[in-house]
Design a protein around this ligand. Structure first.
Ligand code: G3P
Length: 225
């Protein structure tokens, strides 16, 4: 089954989408959290309350591995076991991931722009790697190619690290990821609504409704003998 996560810290939006869809969790980063203009931990605790035991991915702010490890310990102690610590896949980050995995933390290696970074993060046992699909395509390459290369590498070597793709500009990019072998995507929630929008579908659904009302005078099935 494909996994979908909500790339937002907007509480009302999280409530709505958690209610409708079978989400795997919520992902945040410093940019997403800062948009809410509210306190860091209280906001994350409210998200935890809404999503229960589902995954909550929270990014560290430190640039050095020692700081990243300390922040990870605080994040998980306050937000609970199913919290994934997001760590940028730079050299200090790789060092921190190695330490955290030796202590059984759940870790998402983020800001992945290349197959090489994904390989290094998998080498130290990251649970997820998060390539930035659209930003890769906007910069030097093809997001789709990077995602499919990572999927192939992991499959070839039986690597258990999962692919959680982020950074999208349209819903087609999300489907390209799943077809290329991604296990999970995280996107602004409105993208999931857009995936069900189609003027042809809407037109037929409206026609069904009109025909029903005309034939049965506005009664619903429960009201009929
Ligand atoms: O989760 C990563 C994401 O927030 C980056 O996406 O839309 O800023 O390219 P974007």
């Amino acid at each position: 089954m494909v996994e979908i996560l909500l790339d937002t810290a907007d509480l009302e939006v999280i409530k709505r989408y958690n209610d409708i869809y079978d989400i795997t969790g919520v992902t945040t980063n410093p940019t997403i959290i800062s948009r809410e203009k509210s306190e860091f931990f209280p906001t994350l605790l409210k998200i935890r309350e809404i999503i229960g035991e589902k995954q909550l991915h929270v990014q560290v702010s430190a640039a050095d591995s020692e700081g990243m490890v300390k922040e990870a310990e605080r994040i998980v102690s306050l937000l609970g076991k199913n919290t994934y610590v997001k760590i940028p896949a730079v050299e200090e980050g790789i060092r921190a991931i190695k330490i955290l995995k030796s202590k059984d933390f759940k870790v998402t290696a983020t800001v992945i722009f290349s197959l090489q970074q994904a390989a290094m993060a998998a080498n130290v046992g990251a649970d997820y790697v998060a390539p930035y699909f659209n930003r890769i395509s906007d910069s030097f390459g093809s997001g789709e190619q990077v995602v499919s290369d990572i999927a192939e590498l992991f499959a070839t070597h039986g690597i258990g690290t999962k692919l959680l793709v982020a950074s999208f500009r349209n819903t087609d990019q999300i489907m390209r990821c799943f077809l290329a072998g991604a296990h999970a995507v995280t996107a602004p929630p409105e993208f999931y609504t857009k995936m069900l929008k189609n003027p042809f579908v809407d037109e037929i659904v409206e026609r069904f409704s009109r025909d029903w009302t005309e034939a049965y005078g506005g009664k619903n099935i429960c009201e009929l003998d």
